[in-house]
Ligand binder design. Sequence first.
Ligand SMILES: [Cu+2]
Length: 353
Amino acid sequence: MAKRIAITLLLFLGFTFAAHAELRKFEMTIEELDLEVAPGFTVSVWAYDGQVPGPLIHVKEGDTVEVTLTNNTTMSHTIHWHGIYQTKTWQMDGVPDVSQKAVEPGDSFTYKFVADKPGTLFYHCHVNTAEHIDLRGMWGPLIVDPKNPTPLEKKVTKDVILMLSGWASAVAKDYGENGLPGREFDFFSINGKAHPHNQPVRVKKGDIMRLRLIAPNIPVAFHLHGHDSLVTHKDGLPLPKPYYVDVLPMQPGERYDMIVEMNNPGIWMAHDHNEEHTTGAGKEGGGAMLVFEYEGIEHPDFYMWKDHPYDPDFYMTESLKKGYGKHNNPSFKAFDPTEPRPAAKQAAGGHGH
Ligand SMILES: [Cu+2]
């Protein structure tokens, strides 16, 4: 009798858990394409789903994630799910010759694991990382919503993902050999585009904005003008004592969540305070920078983005609202250099400032 009750209880618990956790099944490819980081500067990339950053993967803590990766490039690759514990699934950790054989050109591999760590995670290739991460844009965001969000997280009205990275123009077109010798970062970007080729973030007074900062390959000193930011999470984990900053130092691979009360209407710069990261080919005014524009503030004539066409999903804000799934983003599309550029792509890339 006791045994039967125990089994019934186990079945009930199992059902209850299953009712909340879902299987999230995706297909993903890797494509050999060119990415326009800045006008006139393109990089040969291995792009997850043909885009840099790779597609947003947004799931809930406890979900099972199944991704079938197909390698359409000339080199071998993997996906490492950075931050996931992979309890009893270490073979899904994406490290070539350690947890799996790399996925060869033309081959596929299916990753399946439980999203057992909540927060701002990311994924990246783990083959020859000094080239595949550093030079070829093989990274994308993995956002795992916690089962139990903090009270502050529940107040967020505007969610923004910023992936800050460097690029090496000297070896931009040379696949192989990890870009050595000659790899030196001289272009910098947020979400794959150098300022002012990227986008502003539009906010309104009263917004509670969360910045999810991800630094795939450069150290960062992120500075938002006019506001203090409350650092709430480090590498996905809630901090026991959140703290305020106006400059946030980060090392490659790190993620931080900052929550900012948007209480100071204006047009505000935000940038990497490593000054070389605000340059492109040695010229200042480019790189890992962006602007936060408050609704209702008139744009002065001198404002560089006065008539900038606005893309509300450039920082994945709209995609994050769409619910769980894999979200591709046309703004991050890389292109086939042997084919004519589609007109839409040229229009999106050709805005003035
Ligand atoms: Cu790779």
